[in-house]
Design a protein around this ligand. Structure first.
Ligand code: ZN
Length: 365
């Protein structure tokens, strides 16, 4: 497993490098070909993916799901380094380490499937970091793979095996605001589109705060809004006629999209502004009492000294595409660093342990 992991980490599998994405999928295919299973490869908009199942069906009981792409890093981060039992490289934690564990657990399960027929599949994609539209979303919604449960070890936690139960929904929008142009020396003759968009964002924030409260470090499982980008104006001495406001809105399970979008739409229409959705991703949630999750927790606590804890995260993962179809996601990781950081690492012994627990979990459900 280590050779595979090191090789996989050396590929610069960022969104801009389709050749490297393909190399990573080729490497996976080479590693699984000895199993003699039907390998399904897909490619949509230059985003390759690979799926195989132990029974050759499109709907195994369990999908082990992960992504091979990473966020950009320096050239050094694609030269994996081993130190004190840890493997350092871009993607070690997010999520080539966990992917390696799933792949080898899958291989071992298939090889022993004469003793017990585990119905399990492996689904690896290459576009999670840029939305997952041509990977997991495409495979589930268009190709129509499905399962009873998905295992998605793609969380952000430093605590080994901590289980992520919730991810917020994400709604990225562009609001186009119009004003009336005038010379900068006579601003009273115009309507300043930049000032108007600042007003709009303030009104949206205030309405969110009035309805759900103001998000803070200690009180944040509520909707939030961030002004990420503002584009407007062409010259200092002109009253700008147009402005574009880019907002990143997040909200948890239990708060409907309508309750959020009604506020934004109402304020936009009052100001004659147009809203365009750039990205929408639904929330993700699993009950702590879920059967598959309980079995996972049992398997971890039986085989390690860890007392499994639970957490919620404000970010999003491909897990949401399973959740949208009513497929629960078990999300838990071995001992590894936070994601997207400079010194990303995974503890190798923990990764081997993780692989064995995945195997045991699959056989227990
Ligand atoms: Zn990830």
């Amino acid at each position: 497993m280590k050779d595979f992991l090191i090789q996989l980490l050396s590929y610069e599998t960022t969104a801009e490098r389709p050749d490297q994405l393909r190399n990573a999928v080729d490497l996976v295919e080479k590693e699984v070909c000895e199993l003699g299973l039907k390998v399904c490869r897909f490619e949509k908009n230059k985003k390759p993916s690979i799926v195989l199942t132990s029974d050759g069906s499109k709907s195994p009981d369990i999908f082990l799901s992960g992504h091979l792409d990473v966020v950009p890093g320096s050239p050094m981060q694609f030269k994996p380094l081993e130190r004190d039992g840890k493997v350092y490289a871009r993607g070690a934690s997010d999520m080539k380490g966990p992917v390696s564990a799933m792949l080898f657990a899958f291989k071992e399960l298939v090889k022993m499937s004469d003793t017990k027929n585990a119905s399990v599949g492996l689904m690896l994609t290459t576009d999670e970091e840029v939305g997952g539209f041509n990977g997991t979303k495409y495979l589930l919604n268009d190709i129509r793979f499905k399962s009873k449960v998905a295992f998605v070890p793609d969380t952000t936690s430093l605590v080994p095996y901590e289980v992520c139960t919730d991810e917020k929904a994400v709604w990225h929008i562009k609001i186009s605001v119009s004003g009336t142009e005038a010379h900068g020396s006579r601003p009273w003759l115009g309507v300043n589109a930049i000032e108007k968009s600042m007003d709009i964002s303030r009104q949206i924030k205030t309405s969110f705060d009035n309805k759900w409260g103001t998000p803070s470090q200690d009180f944040n499982w509520i909707p939030s809004v961030n002004i990420g980008k503002v584009i407007g104006g062409t010259a200092t001495n002109k009253v700008p006629e147009k402005c574009e406001l880019y907002l990143d809105i997040r909200f948890p399970e239990g708060i409907s999209f309508e309750s959020v979008s009604n506020i934004v739409s109402e304020i936009a229409s009052r100001n004659n502004a147009l809203i365009e959705t750039l990205v929408f991703g639904s929330s993700n949630h699993i009950d702590k009492s879920n059967y598959y999750l309980s079995r996972w927790v049992d398997a971890v606590e039986k085989n390690t000294s860890h007392d499994v804890k639970y957490f919620r995260t404000h970010g999003a993962s491909d897990g949401r595409y399973f959740h949208e179809l009513g497929i629960p996601c078990v999300m838990s990781k071995p001992h590894c660093s936070l994601t997207h950081m400079k010194d990303e690492w995974v503890d190798y012994d923990s990764l081997v342990e993780f692989k064995d627990i995945i195997k045991e979990w699959v056989l227990s459900v």
